[in-house]
Design a protein around this ligand. Structure first.
Ligand SMILES: Nc1ncnc2c1ncn2[C@@H]1O[C@H](COP(=O)(O)OP(=O)(O)O)[C@@H](O)[C@H]1O
Ligand SMILES: Nc1ccn([C@@H]2O[C@H](COP(=O)(O)O)[C@@H](O)[C@H]2O)c(=O)n1
Length: 473
């Protein structure tokens, strides 16, 4: 069988939920003595709390801003998203203004309390919850007794006709969307909405539209369209545009800071399913069979993603319908190398994906307390001609990984042909490996917070090998 490989490659993602850095559960021992051999500078920025991703959604009245926001929120169901309406920050009318409400311009920037909006947005960006006023369109007043509590989140969407007008508000946004809907459509929707929901009659809607809404749209809203990163024609009817925006947000959310520093670090896209499996294997109460079951599932995902980073060539096949399907042919020259002992837990998943794959082993053995290390290896003779999938479920200090990688390079494997697969990586391990071997790829399923003073991954999952092979009595 030798190299024959039947692997299914999935699209590669580099994703991680923002809040996955803030887990808490028991930690795992790593190798303190070897850790001292490579002092590692720790980049504190990795542990800094993350800022939420802020999206501004602007457009004329009744253009479909709220509808588009609802669609985005629905599709981002596995992230915490909150919606802030600029309308909530309408100033309440004074008694005098109320007497002349038909002369009041609700579409002018001065109609909003922008200072209060800014204060709320700054708090939310800093991870604090806020009480947002509730505005009553029928009485043109704020509810004096009640507020809407908006919690800190991964994504904050700020929606309103003038959210691009003030540069300070614009400056808070990571992404700016303009909802562009025909004026006649906006007017038709506004007549329907304002008569049904906002207690107006058709005449007053038309009069307000001609006197204030249309001129303000031309003076303030339309000129702010130039600040948009994305313009959505036809608003909520444009499912393609919304899908693309959601994809982009997901990519942005998934980018761990370390993936930005080291472009060869890939974190598989986090889903509730993956978080659920991590929750189980990190739980110290889980039984060994369950630990093995869920670890195997996660390992399989990491292996599949790792295989997606191998080169492939175009291949055409004829389907049973007689048509030609243009696809790809997998890379055949590859092998696995597990770092003994815990790396052996990943071998089955690799074999299940790559039929007949050769798997070598590297054992790094500490000899007494003198810092000396012995390396035993059993590797394919022609390893220098292969792509290598290096297997170790936890990347802690990075010391054993570096020694294993060093050995592979000595054997003639180019650094760029090594893909290091693991379930959990500590930032220190990533720094250690990526600084020394910048063209090697790391594929992992979660990046943890840090190593503690005993060089254990925090929150981690304990000693993986012992838990997997049931030797943790
Ligand atoms: N694509 C659409 N098709 C039909 N009705 C729509 C569509 N988009 C919005 N509406 C309706 O138009 C009105 C205004 O939409 P909304 O999303 O609230 O606009 P905005 O937030 O820009 O004022 C609402 O009553 C909404 O149900
Ligand atoms: N008391 C008020 C306050 C605002 N308006 C109108 O609301 C429009 C903005 O809200 P959208 O949901 O349509 O974006 C704006 O054009 C104001 O004219 C109002 O009529 N009465």
């Amino acid at each position: 069988m030798d190299d024959a490989m039947e692997a299914a490659t999935g699209a590669h993602f580099s994703g991680l939920r923002l809040d996955s850095l803030r887990l808490s559960s028991p930690s795992s021992p790593s190798d303190p003595s070897s850790a001292k051999a490579f002092p590692m500078p720790i980049d504190d920025s990795c542990d800094a709390p993350r800022q939420p991703f802020v999206i501004g959604v602007c457009g004329g009245s009744a253009s479909g801003k709220t509808t588009v926001c609802d669609m985005i929120i629905q599709q981002l169901h596995d992230h915490r998203v909150v919606l802030v309406y600029q309308d909530s920050f309408y100033r309440g009318l004074t008694a005098e203004e109320s007497d002349y409400v038909h002369d009041y311009n609700f579409d002018h920037p001065d109609a909003f309390d922008t200072e209060q909006l800014l204060a709320c947005m700054h708090k939310l960006k800093n991870g604090q919850s806020v009480n947002v006023p509730i505005y009553d369109f029928k009485n043109h007043r704020r509810c004096s007794e009640s507020f809407r509590k908006v919690n800190a989140s991964d994504v904050i969407i700020l929606e309103g006709i003038l959210v691009f007008h003030d540069p300070r508000v614009r400056g808070l946004m990571d992404m700016k969307i303009f909802v562009d809907t025909d004026a006649d459509m906006r007017l038709a929707r506004r007549i329907r909405r304002d008569t049904i929901e906002r207690g107006r009659d058709v005449n007053s809607v038309l009069e307000q539209y001609g006197r204030f809404v249309k001129p303000a749209f031309e003076d303030f809203v339309l000129p702010s369209k130039k600040y948009a990163d994305v313009i959505i024609p036809r608003g909520g009817d444009n499912h393609v545009a919304v899908d693309l925006i959601v994809q982009h947000i997901r990519t942005k959310l998934g980018q761990h800071d370390l993936c930005k520093i080291y472009p060869n670090v890939y974190v598989i896209q986090s889903t509730f399913q993956i978080r659920g499996m991590h929750t189980l294997i990190r739980d110290r109460e889980i039984t060994t069979p369950d630990f093995v079951f869920y670890s195997d599932r996660l390992i399989r995902l990491v292996v599949e993603h790792g295989l997606g980073h191998l080169p492939f060539t175009e291949k055409q096949v004829v389907t049973p319908t007689g048509s030609v399907y243009t696809g790809v042919d997998f890379c055949k020259k590859l092998c696995g190398v597990s770092i003994v002992r815990s790396g052996e837990s990943m071998e089955n998943a690799l074999r299940a994906c790559c039929k007949g794959i050769k798997i070598g082993k590297i054992l790094i053995h500490r000899e007494g307390d003198n810092g000396k290390q012995l390396i035993y290896e059993k590797l394919p003779n022609d390893i220098s001609e292969r792509h290598v999938l290096l297997l170790d479920p936890v990347l802690g200090t990075g010391n054993s990984a570096n020694q294993a990688i060093e050995l592979l390079i000595q054997k003639g494997v180019p650094e760029s042909r090594i893909i290091f697969l693991n379930l959990i990586s500590a930032p220190e391990g990533i720094h250690c490996v990526c600084k020394r071997f910048p063209s090697l790829k790391i594929v992992t399923s979660e990046i943890d917070v840090a190593l503690n003073e005993e060089f254990r991954v925090i929150p981690g999952l304990g000693e993986f090998g012992d838990r997997y092979f049931g030797t943790d009595v």
